[in-house]
Design a protein around this ligand. Sequence first.
Ligand SMILES: C[S@@+](CC[C@H](N)C(=O)[O-])C[C@H]1O[C@@H](n2cnc3c(N)ncnc32)[C@H](O)[C@@H]1O
Length: 433
Amino acid sequence: MKQSSLSYLYKSITSTTAVAQERLPTNTTTHNHPVHRWFNFIAGFSPEFVSNCIQTLPNYRNLALLDPFTGCGTTQVEGLFHGMNVVGYEPHPIFFKIANAKTQMRSKNLGEIEAIIHHGLRNPVDSKILGEKPYEFLAKLFSPDTLSRLVGARIAIQNSPYAIDDLAFLVLSKVLDNASHSQTDGIYKAPTSIKRSHDVEDALLCITKMIADDREYIGSRSTSNCKIVPTSSENMSDVQSESIDIIITSPPYINNFDYAEMTRMYLYFWGIANTWGEITDLVRAKLILNTTTALKGHKEIQIQDRYRNRLPDSIQRDLLPIVEKLRLARKIKAGKKEYDFLIYPYFSQMMSVIRECRRTLKSGGTFHMMVADAALYGTHIPAPQILAQILLDCGFANVRCDQVRKRGHRWTLDKREGSEIGLGEYHIQARRF
Ligand SMILES: C[S@@+](CC[C@H](N)C(=O)[O-])C[C@H]1O[C@@H](n2cnc3c(N)ncnc32)[C@H](O)[C@@H]1O
């Protein structure tokens, strides 16, 4: 039976999987999991983390699962595998389409999509049609011949009935990954780091075979529903109050990835943005503010005050000395980074999401969040503990915050001035009563 070649993949579908605790917050196990492996990124957590959280529920089938920070849809895919009804929010246009494609895992059109892309790859198009900045950037990631063929495939999709199809988008985006000779999934790597590139037709065959294999294995297993909303989860009015049984999520960390930078290749290739300024306006401005997100429009005193005043008094008292330290550091550090301006917006925006989480959870519903602390100019920002306090302030109970792994020692302590406290990733758990 064909299943034998794939059976190693399916261990996480309904059983808690033993995986080293340090790997739970990472995406390092996704290649072992069907559908998750179609498209993933370094900021994702593991399917095992999601599965473990789901299995704390005595009876999870047909229950409602929400992830307010969807990313590539790890929570949603795992929720579907567990027979749950899932909902998510994701304003980043690339991740929104990827998560949609993965959660519509059984849509039927793979053969046609493959044939259209294949035809396009054999009919190259002058890549200068991409526009000046996109061409300049993409020409560093692909050979001229490969780029023209990829553009041919994009045009073929856009002239076909699959012009806005999310699976076609995923397949060709994945071909881009494999055909690039630079790392494309990390922070600030592209276009300077080198990796092995694959022939475009081999790459296409490889991704479509993987998808077909996974679909064959899944068969009729997934019957539940998924909806992903392309807006910020600060307002989740599409989700009814007290309708959700469990929330499993991981927000942007205060000092971590630039989700726009790491997707620049796709944003330019697909013509979603034509300049870095457009990327900032169309993508970065919609995301929770962190060290990598544009501060434009958030620095004015009145706006900073508005963010601060939304926070409970006790949190304001905790944050004030941090903001003051960062303000002083900015004056004496060569980089003059305006970290002091992002503290109130980050926690205020996160509080809006947490309030919405409380509103949408049923009484007795559970909340799980994976999140990290940070050190900015040597000042420790205990984000998990502050978020745990915000949960309490928003009316959650049984709040706990456990370190799952240590992280960032080399990065934080060598390249930057570190805090004395080692950094880590934390699992925050809470219950709504
Ligand atoms: C840590 S990643 C989540 C990764 C996800 N758990 C996975 O495994 O793929 C955080 C995600 O939050 C998204 N995000 C940022 N701001 C948001 C907002 N205001 N509302 C909803 N999602 C947002 C980012 O685009 C990013 O995809």
